[in-house]
Design a binder for this molecule. Structure first.
Ligand SMILES: [Zn+2]
Length: 638
C-alpha cells in the first residue's frame, strides 16, 4: 500500500516538474515561485533519486535562434534558503568566498576569438545547447565587441535595469526578466536594442588567474562594467548575504539572491561538480515574505476598462509586519490555474507592494468559486476574452464609468475630485463621461450631499484650469489600455495634433520605434471606441501644442508628403508647412488639403497616391501637387 502511494506521488511530481519546466523555459511564464519549484525537485530527489526527470531537467530544445552547443556545460547553481544550508556548504572547503548579486535575468555565454573579437553569444538554454543571440548581444552597450585578449569565454547575465523597466511597468508589463527573455530573442536587432538591456559578467574561462576575485577584476580591465561583489572569510558568508538583502531595495536591478563562490580557483577545481551543479558555488535565494491563510470569499470589482477582476478575501494574516486580509488574484483564468476553492488554505506572498499575491493552494477547500455571469456593477452581460472577464457595456456601467472619471480627473490633475464627489455626481447624472467635467456648474454641484458653495466653486475653478491640455496628457487621460505615459508621449511628439493621432493606422503605429503590434492594436481600436467621448471633449478642450503653433498663411491646410523628394528633404518640407501654420498628417484622409508627390518618379505609384486617387474618385476635394507647386506655394507664403 505504502509503495503504491509513493509510486503515485512520484508520477505526480514528475508530471508537475515537466509542466513547470516547460512553462519556465519555453513559455517564459512560470506559474510557481522558484522556491516552490525547488521544493518539488527536492521531494522527487528524496523519493526517486534516479528519476529520468531529474536527469533531463531543463528546457526542451525547440527554441528560437540557431542552436549553439556550449563547449563546457553551463550548469545551474545549487540553491539554498537558510543559514544552516549555507553553513553545510561552507564546511566542505577552506578559505574565502566571493559573493555577487544573483541577477534575475537571462544567463549568456560570450565567445571571443584569438584576437579578442566577439564571435558568438548564446543563451544558457538547457545548459548544453543554447540559442545564438549574437546579433542582439552586439547591441548591448555593456558587452565589449572586442577585448584585449583571446580566446576567452565570458559568462554573465543579460538583464534589464529597473530604471529602464519603469516605463514598461507603467504599461502593465509584469517583470523585467520576461521582457529581457523576449527582447533578447527578437529577430529584429533594432527592436531588441530598443529595450536597452544590460549585461553583468561574472565568469571568465581560459585564464591563469588564481582567484575568483582576480577574474572579476580582469573582466573590468577587459571592458565589462564592474559587478558588485564582496570577498569574505567563509564564516562571514551569511553576514554578507544579509548585507546584500538590506541593500536590495536600493539596487537598480532585480536580484533574487546572492551567489557565493569559493574564491580560490584551485579549491574550486578540487571541489569539482555534480551532474547538475558545480560544488564550489551556491545561490542563497531570498524567500518572499510568505504566509498561509484561508480563503473566505472572492470579491469582483469592475475597472475603468470594464475588466472584472477577482480579489481574494482571506482571514487576517501578518506579512512583513502588516496584517493582510485581501490578496490579488489578477484575472479569472488565474482562479482556474490555481485550482482555487472557497475554504482553501492558500499561500500568500508579499513582494514590495501593498497587496500580496495568492501564490498557490496549500490545501483545497470545499466549495467552488462562483464566476460571475453578470456584471457585479451594472448587472449587464459579461464576456470572457482569453484570461479576462469584461462587462459588455463599460460606457454605461457605473463602476467602469466612475473609474474612467477618476482616471481623467487624476491624469489631468483636476484637484478635489475624490471618490465620493465623483460617485455622487455620477449618480446625480452630472458626470456621465469625462466631457461632463467641463459643463459642471456651481448650482448643480451644490445639490450634492457633500458639496457646499466653497467646494463647488473650487471644483469649477479647477476644471477651468484644465481647458488647455497637453496632447500627451489628454491621450493618457482617456484611460485606453496600453495608452500610458510612454506611448502617449510618443504619439504626441510624433503626430503633434489630435487629428493626426486619430488618423494613425494600426500598421503604421506598429512600425513606430518602441511600439509593437499588440500595443498598436489596443491603442488604435481604443481610440476608435472612444471616438464619441473624444469628439465631445473637443468642444471644451484645446491643446497646448496647437495653441502655441504658428498662425500663418497655411493655417487650416493639411499636407501629406509621399515619394522621394528631389529639391528638398521631406523633413525640411514638413518644417516649412508647420512654420506657416499648416498641419502635416501621416496618412491620406478625405479631409486632407494637399498630397505633395516627390519629383523622383522612378518607382511605382505610392500607396498614399493610390489612396488619394480613390478619394478623388469619391468626390474628395484634396489636391495632388508636385514639388514645384509646393515650393511655389511656400515661396509665395513668405
Ligand atoms: Zn457592468
Amino acid at each position: 500500500m505504502r509503495a503504491l502511494m509513493a509510486h503515485r506521488e512520484i508520477a505526480d511530481l514528475e508530471a508537475k516538474i515537466r509542466h513547470h519546466n516547460q512553462l519556465y523555459w519555453d513559455n517564459n511564464a512560470p506559474e510557481i515561485s522558484d522556491y516552490d519549484y525547488d521544493a518539488l525537485v527536492r521531494r522527487l530527489r528524496e523519493l526517486a533519486p534516479d528519476s529520468a526527470v531529474l536527469e533531463a531537467m531543463g528546457p526542451s530544445r525547440a527554441a528560437l535562434g540557431t542552436p549553439f552547443r556550449h563547449n563546457e556545460a553551463m550548469l545551474s547553481l545549487d540553491k539554498c534558503y537558510s543559514p544552516e544550508e549555507l553553513a553545510d556548504w561552507t564546511a566542505s572547503f577552506e578559505g574565502e568566498v566571493v559573493g555577487t548579486p544573483k541577477f534575475d535575468g537571462i544567463a549568456c555565454s560570450l565567445h571571443y576569438d584569438e584576437k579578442g573579437h566577439l564571435k558568438v553569444a548564446a543563451t544558457r538554454g538547457d545548459g548544453q545547447v543554447g540559442d545564438d543571440v549574437t546579433q542582439n548581444a552586439l547591441r548591448i552597450k555593456d558587452i565589449p565587441r572586442r577585448i584585449g585578449e583571446g580566446p576567452r569565454e565570458v559568462r554573465g547575465e543579460i538583464y534589464m535595469r529597473l530604471s529602464v523597466f519603469a516605463k514598461f511597468k507603467e504599461e502593465g508589463m509584469a517583470n523585467p526578466r520576461n521582457l529581457t527573455a523576449g527582447a533578447v530573442k527578437l529577430k529584429d536587432a533594432e527592436k531588441s536594442a530598443a529595450y536597452n538591456l544590460s549585461f553583468a559578467a561574472y565568469d571568465i574561462v581560459g585564464t591563469d588567474d588564481q582567484t575568483q576575485e582576480a577574474e572579476l577584476e580582469r573582466l573590468v580591465r577587459l571592458g565589462f562594467p564592474p559587478v558588485d561583489h564582496v570577498r569574505v572569510p567563509k564564516e562571514k558568508a551569511f553576514e554578507a548575504f544579509e548585507a546584500f538583502a538590506k541593500r536590495r531595495p536600493t539596487l537598480d536591478y532585480e536580484i533574487d539572491g546572492v551567489v557565493f563562490k569559493v574564491d580560490s580557483l584551485k579549491e574550486q577545481r578540487r571541489l569539482g561538480e555534480t551532474a547538475h551543479h558545480p560544488r564550489y558555488a551556491l545561490a542563497y535565494k531570498f524567500q518572499g515574505d510568505a504566509g498561509i491563510s484561508t480563503l473566505r470569499e472572492v470579491e469582483w470589482s469592475v475597472a475603468r476598462t470594464g475588466a472584472i477582476t477577482p480579489v481574494a478575501i482571506v482571514d487576517p494574516v501578518a506579512l512583513s509586519g502588516v496584517t493582510v486580509t485581501r490578496a490579488s488574484l489578477h484575472n479569472v483564468a488565474f482562479i482556474d490555474r490555481l485550482g482555487l476553492t472557497l475554504g482553501a488554505k492558500v499561500t500568500l506572498v508579499r513582494r514590495g507592494g501593498v497587496i500580496p499575491n495568492v501564490e498557490h493552494v496549500t490545501e483545497p477547500g470545499d466549495r467552488p468559486v462562483e464566476i460571475p455571469t453578470t456584471c457585479p456593477s451594472c448587472g449587464g452581460a459579461v464576456t470572457r476574452i482569453r484570461d479576462f472577464l469584461y462587462c459588455d457595456n463599460p460606457q454605461s456601467c457605473r463602476h467602469a464609468v466612475i473609474g474612467q472619471l477618476l482616471h481623467f480627473s487624476a491624469t489631468t490633475d483636476m484637484l478635489g475630485f475624490g471618490d465620493v464627489i465623483v460617485e455622487q455626481a455620477y449618480d446625480a447624472k452630472l458626470l456621465t463621461g469625462p466631457q461632463d467635467f467641463y459643463t459642471l456648474d456651481v448650482a448643480s454641484l451644490m445639490k450634492l450631499d457633500r458639496a457646499g458653495e466653497k467646494l463647488a466653486k473650487k471644483l469649477v475653478a479647477e476644471v477651468d484650469k484644465k481647458r488647455v491640455l497637453e496632447l500627451a496628457v489628454f491621450l493618457r487621460a482617456l484611460g485606453i489600455s496600453e495608452l500610458g505615459k510612454n506611448v502617449s508621449g510618443i504619439l504626441a511628439s510624433r503626430y503633434r495634433t489630435l487629428d493626426a493621432v486619430l488618423a494613425v493606422t494600426e500598421e503604421e503605429l506598429a512600425a513606430t520605434h518602441g511600439i509593437g503590434e499588440t500595443i498598436a492594436k489596443s491603442v488604435v481600436q481604443g481610440l476608435a471606441a472612444m471616438r464619441p467621448t473624444i469628439d465631445a471633449l473637443r468642444a471644451h478642450v484645446t491643446f497646448a501644442e496647437e495653441k502655441a503653433k504658428a498662425e500663418g498663411p497655411l493655417t487650416g491646410k493639411s499636407f501629406v508628403f509621399t515619394g522621394k523628394m528631389v529639391a528638398f528633404a521631406r523633413s525640411e518640407g514638413e518644417k516649412r508647412v508647420r512654420e506657416r501654420g499648416g498641419d502635416v498628417l501621416s496618412s491620406v484622409t478625405k479631409n486632407l488639403t494637399y498630397l505633395v508627390v516627390g519629383a523622383d518618379k522612378s518607382g511605382p505609384k505610392s500607396t498614399k497616391e493610390k489612396a488619394a486617387d480613390k478619394l478623388l474618385g469619391q468626390g474628395a476635394t484634396l489636391q495632388i501637387i508636385d514639388e514645384d507647386a509646393f515650393l511655389a506655394m511656400i515661396q509665395s507664403s513668405g
